[in-house]
Ligand binder design. Structure first.
Ligand code: F6R
Length: 605
């Protein structure tokens, strides 16, 4: 989704801004722009399309050692040049970039228009430039503050002022802003990805904070302009971790990185002595664990499917009733928040607004919430205050792969921890530890199916639709398999619990409709075979994924994966599904890393 960069220092600002925007491309966007303050005026350059289009038209000597840049994902107004940010006020004195949504923009716009202000775009954001410029307050930061007090909604903003050419002002409410601390230069960004080439030392703004950033110093204030002292912290990820290396697509790189990602998720967390796990970030003592009556996972998209898998996993290891719900539904339905329920927010980016709001709703009602998050220091991680970091490394491709896998591993660690305080026996704990320890090697082995899966993607190229069928532990993986295929290859795909087929969806089965049937290592094998037979009896082609070699004879195609313990097996079964989606997209020639209409972190309602 939208991205912000800002620079103030001694170097030429525009190449730094453009490079920062390139680092944010993965988030999804449809137009881009930069503005610099040069010789007492603001110069703006914008383009519809990619950052490369912006760069192609950027005047050679754009100048300026201070500036702001933006990638826009259209919400209010179509993707075109006028709607691209930065936006200027009427006199060209102030330029702003904005992430988020100004909910009362129509009212403000109407009022400003009645006062004679002409607007150059259809965006909600432009009102901010006019409000700041028309403020009667003394300095730039006071003007920004006054403007922010009159808007409702969410924002991450960065502002430059022609008359204050040494200062960037940034502010945050619901949309991330981070300050990058350099040597005689400082940076602003909405995502550390835009900064790590220059600095790994950062300061995260919290909601309701404003930053005044100059080349040699920065200051953070509350919206009441009171001083807020903030410490800088070091980001783990350096610029190399964002590189595609020799791979054609980030998605494939991230699929292949899963053995290392899982190794990192497990590192230092398994305790063979007591057959449990150590989770430094989960601040629950045994007495609190014994008091937990329910667990509810809140997450969106693939995070929700990982949460469905995780809830089943935790329930089976700890015998605490567990469920998952899309955070986007939870936050709007006035949920009953129970003090004996542990809420777990899952998010790769840590910035998904629906999940963040769900966490805030739980906290507001006095509930207990912890996070499973990949991005360290992200909004959800900080709002939860405790939790498990995935350490999966940056996930750049819009579609989630390694974070999905690492999330289920994190759930297994948590289930082990809770289970060993409750009902899980030492021998079962040891069984899970062994299975977790062998996962990275088994994932490596599973990745060897790639060539076979690529052939299957070719074979089923003409399939107009696909079913993904799973039961119990297989069902969340079926959901994720369908999600991956539809989001990156645009093939219509749906997931069903195996036993639900006969209650309706079987009507769709025909030779052009491929079904992928999942066979985790559990005692439901025969039941899953029956579901597969129902499909085959209707001439539907079936790809089976599992361990039992017998499947080769009774399905049209069989992808064999190594087996693990029943609780963890679905992690392995999911890997050929990721590869199937990747190769289906590849042969269709679509943009794999940035699928149409999608964004990496969804920071709007
Ligand atoms: C799908 C995908 C999305 C995200 C969802 C939540 O491949 O990536 O469905 O899972 O937008 O994002 P996070 O996990 O960042 O909160």
């Amino acid at each position: 989704m939208c991205g912000i960069v800002g620079y103030v220092g001694r170097r030429d600002a525009s190449p730094i801004l453009v490079e920062g925007l390139q680092r944010l491309e993965y988030r999804g966007y449809d137009s881009a722009g930069v503005a610099v303050v040069n010789d007492g005026s603001i110069r703006v350059h914008k383009a519809k399309g990619r950052v490369s289009d912006l760069l192609a038209g950027l005047p050679k000597r754009f100048g300026g050692t201070i500036g702001i840049g933006h990638t826009r994902w259209a919400t209010h107004g179509v993707p075109n040049e006028p709607n691209a940010h930065p936006h200027l006020d009427a006199e060209g004195r102030i330029a702003i970039v904005h992430n988020g949504i100004i909910e009362n923009f129509k009212e403000i716009r109407g009022k400003l228009q009645s006062e004679g202000v002409a607007f150059s775009s259809d965006t909600d954001s432009e009102v901010l430039a006019h409000l700041i410029s028309r403020s009667k307050a003394e300095g730039l930061v006071e003007k920004v503050r006054e403007a922010l007090l009159s808007v409702e909604g969410t924002y991450g903003i960065c502002v430059v002022d022609r008359d204050t050419p040494d200062t960037l002002v940034a502010a945050r409410n619901g949309s991330p802003i981070v300050i990058g601390i350099g040597e005689k230069e400082n940076f602003i960004a909405s995502d550390v990805a835009a900064l790590v080439r220059h600095t790994q030392q950062v300061v995260y703004l919290d909601d309701g904070e404003i930053a005044i950033v100059k080349a040699n110093e920065f200051q953070t204030l509350g919206l009441d302009l009171s001083e807020r002292t903030k410490r800088s912290q070091k980001v783990d990820w350096d610029v190399g971790t964002y590189d595609k290396g020799a791979h054609d697509h980030y998605l494939r790189k991230e699929i292949l990185e899963q053995p290392e990602a899982v190794t990192r998720a497990l590192s230092g967390r398994l305790d063979t002595r007591f057959s449990t796990s150590h989770l430094g970030g989960v601040e629950l003592d045994p007495k609190e664990i014994l008091r937990i009556k329910r667990i509810q996972v809140l997450a969106c998209g693939s995070g929700y499917y990982a949460g469905l898998a995780g809830a089943r996993l935790i329930e089976s290891l700890s015998r605490i009733p567990s469920s998952a719900e899309p955070a986007s539904e939870f936050r709007y339905r006035n949920p009953i928040v129970d003090p004996d329920t542990l809420y777990i927010a899952v998010s790769q980016s840590g910035e998904t607004l629906d999940t963040l709001r769900a966490v805030q709703e739980v906290k507001r009602k006095g509930g207990m919430v912890t996070g499973i998050v990949n991005v360290v220091g992200s909004s959800i991680a900080r709002e939860c205050g405790s939790g498990i970091y995935l350490h999966a490394g940056p996930e750049v491709s819009v579609a989630s792969t390694k974070a999905f896998t690492s999330t289920i591993v994190a759930f297994a660690l948590l289930g082990l921890h809770l289970g060993r305080v409750r009902d899980l026996s030492p021998s079962d704990g040891a069984r899970i530890i062994n299975a977790l320890s062998s996962l990275p090697d088994k994932i490596t082995e599973t990745l060897q199916t790639e060539e076979q899966v690529a052939d299957l993607a070719k074979k089923y190229l003409d399939s107009t639709s696909a079913f993904f069928i799973g039961r119990v532990n297989g069902f969340p993986i079926a959901c994720e398999g369908a999600q991956k295929l539809k989001e990156i290859s645009y093939v219509h795909a749906e997931a069903y619990p195996a036993s639900e087929l006969k209650h309706g969806p079987l009507a769709l089965v025909c030779p052009e409709f491929v079904s992928v049937v999942l066979f985790p290592n559990d005692d439901l094998y025969d039941k899953n075979v029956s579901a597969m037979e129902e499909i085959k009896a209707r001439n539907g082609p079936v790809i089976s994924v599992g361990h039992n070699p017998e499947l080769a004879a009774i399905s049209d195609d069989f992808v064999r994966v190594p087996s693990s313990e029943p609780e963890l097996d679905s992690i392995l079964i999911n890997i050929p599904l990721q590869l199937f989606a990747y190769h289906s997209a590849l042969i269709r020639g679509v943009d794999i890393d940035q699928p149409r209409n999608l964004a990496k972190s969804v920071t709007v309602e």
